[in-house]
Each structure stands twice: as structure tokens, then as C-alpha cells.
Write a protein that binds this ligand. Structure first.
Ligand code: ANZ
Length: 861
């Protein structure tokens, strides 16, 4: 089926049948397996190109079409550059959608998952992606998830996997725990329902131990990862630098520590605030008068129903309860009343703050609401520079105020204005700190606290430990055994994998506890040491564990003795090009970076960052908005593939715009792409010279254009300017067609040279058509494996032409200029020419007509 319109100038007839070409070459690739990565004996340099693996929730969509197109362009490119390329594919096949389908439709999650994988696999094959199909992995295979369990136990041994009770995010709909990262604006990232806090004992991975390295190593990625992603990672880790300050509490043996980024303001602290939902608040309240306890309990109940987002919002009226307890300021001995208020979060810093209302807006709002004192300790009106102002005197010798309107401290008193003074200035009301700037005061007060044993410099992170327990079925069972004495021990390695039980007979409906806990036979086991009855851990792992190391499994996918081969990791790792959607800019990448560093510390890999470079593609949208099933504006990948064939779809997408931009399907022209491909193939058919023809005898202009492509294409691909490469191919196809029809004709050696170049570069975008061209041109190798040619430098020298310069219709000068000169440059050269300057004299040019490269015409007054 041809998409060529009858008006097309090239009479291709039936010559371009994308579907026939597609199945022919897919058959040959399946037989010859040309894209399998080279083994041990392969001496070429290596490149590891990886696209984020798909989740098998249905058929592939246009986002996948883009993702796998780009990774394929990069993989094919490096093969053409003479590299041994690893370009694997697998499926991220555990997760909730399979389980929800099971609940809603009674589908078996196993059958559902693997049927979807089969469909997606067919689509990817149809799309002509040059994957190494010998390395496919599925994370839901016991052969894969046993290594998740191995990884978990290695982390457990090192104290990096642990259990703790804490208030966790609980999705009221999915009835499962969510990581902080999976909560978006107080709602479940997946189902959109409200997330509440619930106290549970759960498994965590100690990613916070790696916070500094995760942050600092981002510097290495600068220039290789999108700046936006690096920034998102930085913000997510959120390092704050300041001090921990210990306060004595009246009637309590232990001190309370607060974290502050502004220890310089310590003399301005007028009260202390603790998070109502912290253990500390409960304990302080318990020691308070009975009516305070009642008020506190009521308040706590309300707070527990408030989302974290609301608690942090600045425009909400402040609420809180005075606990009738007091803290002592370590530097001046002042008694500070202690309040419980929900703007202080239990799980940030130490869950308590020293409140400095004059210099912190939240504290000021609170102080004004509850009539607490406000004391300024930083005079933000005081100049920070040391320069001495010049004082001018008026006629009577009275100094003129240089800035009569400059505010004084009284003008900006926060207690009155309601605006906290957050800027820099000079310390006041602060004992020995008086007169210092903020930076010096911070250093000085930390010294002072150190001396008193009342504090020290410290850092806090926004990053929390990674909560990995899920109370769901379709995931990796946590390989731990709960003994009767409460101790929790690893399942012996020889007994791994702990396999999921058959879903049959299990009630998967979310009930707030894992359905595996109800699988009596499965959950009952014995203590590996004593043989006494014990229970398996009923939870499964967050699927981000699966994808945190999968790129290593691709290196030795069939290895039954280890998770991955450290030797192969040494050879191939880290991934050279990682390609995927920006929706994974934080979590997946952060977890993969963390696990890589942990594996590095175990000496199993010799690199500390998993992905050396990262490409985020834009989205494919429709009519300016995101495609979605519910809006009914879906363009289906398989439909497009069926209608236009893989090559036209690929070319149209690659041509639609820069990689990182969103592409509106309305602007994507598969028809244009089909015409272009037909024209390209037609050229191969028209060539009449033999492969051994002497190119040097060809038309120099066409040859120059071909060699400009050879010169520019590698750099353009490396900068991911794929759309520009397609445009250059289109130009070369047109120029070649012109030489065939209007120039020296199809026998011109330059036509063959151009046609071969087109086939070799077109392979990135339209591999089936490129192979067909290559075969038509008389070769029996796969074009996908051919090394690209080098540009001949002598052909890159710019061709020059003669341009004429006219003034008021008379030719005044001729110039020798490059044939590809642009209008502005041509006009500049013309105006600078001596003869032109002389001829113009004092006359003024009122109009310049510039037709590069040959004519400049000036009209004068
Ligand atoms: C006193 C102070 C004075 C503060 C001042 C700020 C300005 P970032 O930068 O986000 O790390 N804080 C500490 N723990 C908190 C918690 N659990 N919940 C809410 N707020 C908390 O913020 C650090 C600052 O946030 C800390 O510095 C503390 O207030 C507050 F003029 O201490 B500051």
C-alpha cells in the first residue's frame, strides 16, 4: 500500500511498498541477528545505549515510539562509527496495573502481564528497532527477581535495609504505602486519591547515607545530563547547611535539638515550636497540666487529617497549642515557651524549631497570631559594605541626609509590618555577635555553641530514606523470615528466590495488609537456624527496586550464578547513552544512582554513576494537549505503524522537531515522510553505474554536497540534532534527483556516491528503506553494519562564485564570494569594497536588493 499522492512529481508507482520492504528486512534481521552485541572476541570499542524499559500495561503508545526511535538512532549511529554496540530491551513487568486488572477483571496478573509483553514485543519488532533480542529480561521472572532479593540481603547486611515504625503515606484507594516521591500534591501519583498518614513498621533503604554523594556527584554529570534534571535531583536531595542547637528543657533530663539554617539569629529566638505529630510533642504534652493534654489531643486529631502540603502552605492561618513547658536558650539563658504547631514537620530536621519571628515569616505569622514577642537581631537597614559615606553639608553647614527616604529599623519593625526581615545586615541585641554580618555571626555562634557543648555545625536534607515495603501481590517478595522471638533473619541464599505463590485462591482486594500474609501455606515457613515455625515477610518491594539495577542484568541476562557479572560491568558500564521521559527525572534516576554507589562500595562495579549521558525526549501531544484515553484524543502507535509503516513513522517523528521539544501530532507528516522515502529509494533504482565506479569523475557540486553530509552528520547526531540530519538527507535526495534528471544523468559516479551516502545515513531513521536501497545498489551486506565514510577534505573547500554589485543599475564591482554566502554577508562585502565606496561617494543608499550569491543592487537618493 503506497501513500504516494497522484500529484507527486516522482512516478514511483508500486516501487515503494513500505510494508513489503519492512517484512522482507525484518525477516532477514531475524535470521541473521545482526544487532547482537559483539562478544569477548570483538575488539571494537564499546558503547552501551539504553532506552528506559517499558511497563507492559497495554500496547505501546506514541511516547514509546519516540523513545525507542531515539535510542535506535543512537545505537545505529555508533555501529556506523565502528563501535561494538549493546542496545538491549526488557520489561519492567511488576506493578499495580497488573494487579488492578486482576481485581477488576479477574485476570491472572501473570497471564495479563506476559500477554501484554508479547504484544509490545511484536510492535517493537515491527518498528525496526535494532535491539539485541538475545538479552531480553522481565523483572517479574523469578530468574530476575531472585536478584532483587539478593540485592536486598546485601543491603541488609550493610545496614542499608532496615525496619522502622513511622507515619507513612497511605493511599486510601490502593490501600498501600507510598514513597514520598509517589505523593503528588497530597494525592496518590497513580490513582489520584487522597493520601493520609498512618503509623506502620516498614522496610526502608538508607539512601540518606548517600545524600552527600548523590548531590556532589551531580557535578560530574553537568553538561551530559539535561540541566533541568540535574536541578530537580539537587532540589529533591535538598541539602540545607546550618547548625544543630541543643536546648535544655525544664523538667526533662534530655535536651531537645533543633536544626537551624540561621543560628546567627539565636538571640532573637522568643519561643520554640515542636511538630504536634512527633514523639517529642506527645511526651512534652504528657508532662503538662490535664487541660493542656486535652487541648493537645484535640489539636493532634485535626493535624492528622491535614495534608503535608496544607501544613506547609504559607497563606493558611497559623494554629497551635501552648504546651506550658519551657526551653532554655543556651546562649543567654532565656526561658522560651514551647508550642506545638503544624507548620513544623515531624520528619524534617529534628521535628522542632527555635522560632525567630523577627526573621522568619512562618514564625512571625505565628507570633502575631498568638501574641508572642518579636525581637529584631539583624539590622537589615545597616550597610554591609565598609565604605565611608560622603557627607554633604547644606548652606548652613548642616549635613544633608544622603538618602532622606532610607528606611530606619523602626520603619520596618516586623511586629508592626508583619513582614519578617530575612535579608542580610548587622547583628544587634546579640551580645558578642553585635556588629557582625550574617556570615560571620553564623561562624561565631557555632564556635560559641561548640564551646558550650550546646551545638555544632550540621546539615539537613529534604531526602528521606526510601520506603520499599508494599502491601501488594505483584512484586518481589521480601526475602526475610520473622522468627517467633521477633527477630527477623534473611532467607538463606540457597533458598532464593522466594517465589510468589500462585494467584489462584488469593484475595487480592486491598485491605491494608499484604495479600501474601493471608496465603497461609506460603507465609508459613521455618526458622533457618532452629527449624522452629516462623513466618515469611508478607510485603513485596517497590518496583523501583527492580529498575534500580536492571541495566546491569542486561550484561549477563542468563547468568544463574550472580545478579550480574562484575567483569561485564567493567567492560560495558556505565551506560553511555540513556534515553527516556522526563517523568523519571527524579525517582528512578536517583534510586539507580544510589544502588550503583552501594554496589560500588561492595566493589561489584568500578563506576559510581550509572548513566554517563542522558537524553529526555519531549512528549507527543495532540492539538496542543497531552493525549489521554479519557479525553479520547489518542493517536495509537500500532494504528500508525499499520497505516504508514515503520520507516515513515520514524522519519516523520525524527523530523518533527528537536528531541527535547514536545511534538504535536498535528504537525507530524507521515505523508511527507513517505514521499521522501519513495524518492530516496527511487534514486537507488535509477543508479546505473557499478559499485566500483570512480567517484572522482563525478559531478563536483553533487560530490561536495555528499561530503558535506559526511562531514556534518556525526556531529549533528552526537548533539542529538536528528531533525537537522533528516533535513540534510532531504536536501541531498533533491540534489541527486536534479543531477539525474537535469545534470549528467543516472550514470554520473557522483549519483552513486550520493545514493550510497543517503542509504548509510538514512539507516538511522528508516532502516528498512535504507537496507532496500543498499541491496538495490548492489551490496549484499547489511547497511546497518557498514562503517560510515569520511569526508574528503578537498571537497569541503567552499566553491566560489562571482557576484556583481550594481549602483543605480550600473555594475560597479565584481566580487569573488563563497557559493553558500548569505545575504547579510554578501551585502557587507559589497559595501566594504573600495570600488563601491568610491562609486557611492557621498550618496546615501536608500534601498539594497541582495540576491545571494550573485547580485547586490544599491539604489541611492
Ligand atoms: C531559626 C531560623 C531563623 C530559621 C530564621 C530560618 C530563618 P530549610 O532551608 O528548608 O532547610 N525548620 C527546621 N526544622 C523544621 C521542621 N521540622 N519543620 C518546619 N520548619 C523547620 O529550612 C530550615 C529552617 O526551617 C530552619 O532554620 C528552621 O527555622 C526551620 F531567621 O531556624 B530556622
Amino acid at each position: 500500500m503506497s501513500q504516494i499522492s497522484p500529484t507527486d512529481s516522482v512516478p514511483v508507482g508500486d516501487a515503494y511498498d513500505p510494508h513489503a520492504i519492512q517484512s522482507k528486512w525484518q525477516g532477514r534481521w531475524a535470521d541473521a541477528d545482526p544487532f547482537r552485541a559483539g562478544d569477548e572476541s570483538d575488539t571494537r570499542p564499546r558503547k552501551y545505549v539504553l532506552a528506559m524499559f517499558p511497563y507492559p500495561s497495554g500496547d505501546l503508545h506514541m511516547g514509546h515510539a519516540e523513545n525507542y526511535l531515539y535510542s535506535d538512532i543512537v545505537a545505529r549511529f555508533w555501529r556506523h562509527r565502528g563501535y561494538n554496540v549493546l542496545h538491549p530491551i526488557g520489561w519492567d513487568s511488576f506493578g499495580l496495573p497488573a494487579e488492578n486488572a486482576a481485581i477488576q477483571r479477574g485476570a491472572d496478573p501473570v497471564a495479563w502481564t506476559y500477554a501484554n509483553i508479547a504484544t509490545q514485543r511484536e510492535s517493537l519488532k515491527d518498528y525496526g528497532v535494532s535491539f539485541d533480542w538475545s538479552r531480553v529480561i522481565h523483572t517479574s521472572d523469578p530468574e530476575y527477581y531472585r536478584w532483587n532479593q539478593w540485592l536486598f540481603q546485601r543491603l541488609f547486611e550493610r545496614g542499608l535495609a532496615y525496619r522502622k515504625e513511622s507515619a507513612v503515606n497511605w493511599c486510601t484507594h490502593d490501600q498501600t504505602v507510598l514513597a514520598n516521591e509517589q505523593v503528588v500534591d497530597g494525592h496518590c501519583e497513580r490513582c489520584g486519591n487522597v493520601v493520609v498518614k498512618k503509623k506502620l513498621t516498614q522496610w526502608y533503604l538508607r539512601i540518606t547515607d548517600y545524600a552527600d554523594r548523590l548531590l556532589d556527584d551531580l557535578n560530574q554529570l553537568e553538561g551530559f545530563w539535561p540541566q533541568k534534571v540535574i536541578q530537580m535531583q539537587r532540589n529533591w536531595i535538598g541539602r540545607s547547611v546550618g547548625a544543630d542547637i541543643h536546648f535544655e528543657i525544664e523538667g526533662r533530663a534530655e535536651r531537645v535539638t533543633v536544626f537551624s539554617t540561621r543560628p546567627d539569629t539565636l538571640y532573637g529566638a522568643t519561643f520554640m515550636v515542636v511538630a504536634p505529630d512527633s514523639d517529642l510533642a506527645a511526651e512534652l504534652a504528657a508532662g503538662a497540666p490535664a487541660e493542656v493534654q486535652v487541648r493537645f489531643q484535640d489539636y493532634l486529631t485535626t493535624v492528622q487529617q491535614t495534608t503535608e502540603i496544607d501544613r506547609q502552605s504559607t497563606d493558611r492561618p497559623k494554629t497551635g497549642v501552648f504546651l506550658e513547658r519551657y526551653a532554655i536558650n543556651p546562649v543567654n539563658g532565656e526561658r522560651l515557651p514551647i508550642w506545638a504547631a503544624d507548620y513544623v514537620l515531624a520528619d524534617y530536621g529534628h521535628g522542632a524549631v527555635m522560632a525567630v519571628p523577627a526573621h522568619d515569616q512562618r514564625d512571625l505569622d505565628f507570633a502575631r497570631a498568638f501574641d508572642l514577642p518579636v525581637r529584631v537581631v539583624v539590622d537589615t537597614t545597616a550597610p554591609l559594605t565598609g565604605s565611608i559615606p560622603v557627607i554633604e553639608l547644606d548652606d548652613e553647614g548642616v549635613p544633608i541626609d544622603p538618602e532622606p527616604d532610607a528606611p530606619t529599623l523602626a520603619d520596618i519593625d516586623p511586629a508592626r509590618t508583619g513582614v519578617a526581615l530575612t535579608g542580610d545586615g548587622r547583628m544587634v541585641n546579640s551580645g558578642a555577635l553585635d556588629g557582625l554580618s550574617k556570615r560571620n555571626a553564623i561562624a561565631r555562634v557555632i564556635e560559641q555553641l561548640d564551646g558550650l557543648g550546646a551545638g555544632h555545625a550540621s546539615k539537613t536534607y529534604r531526602l528521606r530514606d526510601w520506603l520499599i515495603s508494599r502491601q501488594r501481590y505483584w512484586g518481589t517478595p521480601i526475602p526475610m523470615v520473622h522468627r517467633q522471638d521477633g527477630e527477623i533473619v534473611p532467607v538463606p541464599e540457597a533458598e532464593l528466590p522466594v517465589r510468589l505463590p500462585q494467584v489462584e485462591g488469593l484475595d487480592l482486594l486491598p485491605k491494608g495488609q499484604s495479600p501474601l500474609g493471608a496465603a497461609t501455606e506460603w507465609v508459613t515457613t521455618s526458622d533457618p537456624a532452629t527449624g522452629e515455625a516462623a513466618r515469611r515477610d508478607p510485603d513485596t518491594m517497590d518496583t523501583f527496586v527492580d529498575s534500580s539495577w536492571y541495566f546491569l542484568r542486561f550484561l549477563s541476562p542468563g547468568d544463574a550464578t550472580q545478579a550480574f557479572s562484575p567483569r561485564e560491568a567493567d567492560k560495558w558500564g556505565p551506560v553511555d547513552f540513556y534515553i527516556g521521559g522526563v517523568e523519571h527525572a527524579i525517582l528512578h534516576l536517583l534510586y539507580a544512582r544510589f544502588i550503583t554507589k552501594a554496589l560500588y562500595d561492595m566493589r561489584l562495579v568500578d563506576f559510581t554513576e550509572p548513566f554517563s549521558s542522558l537524553i529526555n525526549q519531549g512528549m507527543v501531544i495532540l492539538g496542543g494537549t497531552k493525549m489521554s484515553k479519557s479525553k479520547g484524543n489518542l493517536v495509537l502507535f500500532q494504528d500508525e505503524l499499520d497505516a504508514h509503516g515503520a520507516d515513515a513513522l520514524r522519519v516523520a517523528l525524527a523530523f518533527a522537531g528537536p528531541v527535547e521539544d514536545d511534538k504535536d501530532w498535528d504537525d507530524v507528516s507521515t505523508t511527507g515522510a513517505t514521499k521522501f522515502l519513495a524518492r530516496a529509494l527511487r534514486i537507488a533504482h535509477d543508479v546505473t553505474s557499478a559499485p566500483d565506479v570512480i567517484w572522482a569523475e563525478g559531478d563536483p557540486a553533487l560530490r561536495r554536497q555528499t561530503h558535506r553530509l559526511w562531514s556534518d552528520a556525526p556531529g549533528l547526531v552526537e548533539q542529538t540534532k536528528f531533525n537537522v540530519v533528516v533535513a540534510r538527507l532531504m536536501e541531498l535526495v533533491n540534489a541527486t534527483r536534479k543531477t539525474i534528471d537535469q545534470g549528467a544523468g543516472p550514470a554520473d559516479p557522483a549519483v552513486r556516491e550520493a545514493a550510497e551516502a543517503i542509504a548509510m545515513v538514512l539507516d538511522l531513521f528508516a532502516p528498512h528503506t535504507a537496507e532496500e536501497m543498499w541491496e538495490t545498489l548492489g551490496y549484499d551486506s547489511f547497511v546497518g553494519l557498514v562503517t560510515w565514510r569520511q569526508a574528503d577534505p578537498t571537497l569541503l573547500v567552499e566553491e566560489s562564485v562571482t557576484a556583481v554589485v550594481q549602483i543605480d543599475g550600473k555594475v560597479r564591482a565584481t566580487l569573488t564570494v563563497p557559493a553558500r554566502i548569505d545575504g547579510a554577508e554578501l551585502e557587507r562585502l559589497a559595501r566594504a569594497d573600495d570600488r563601491v565606496v568610491r562609486a557611492l561617494g557621498a550618496r546615501e543608499v536608500v534601498r539594497a536588493v541582495v540576491r545571494p550569491p550573485k547580485v547586490v543592487s544599491f539604489a541611492t537618493k
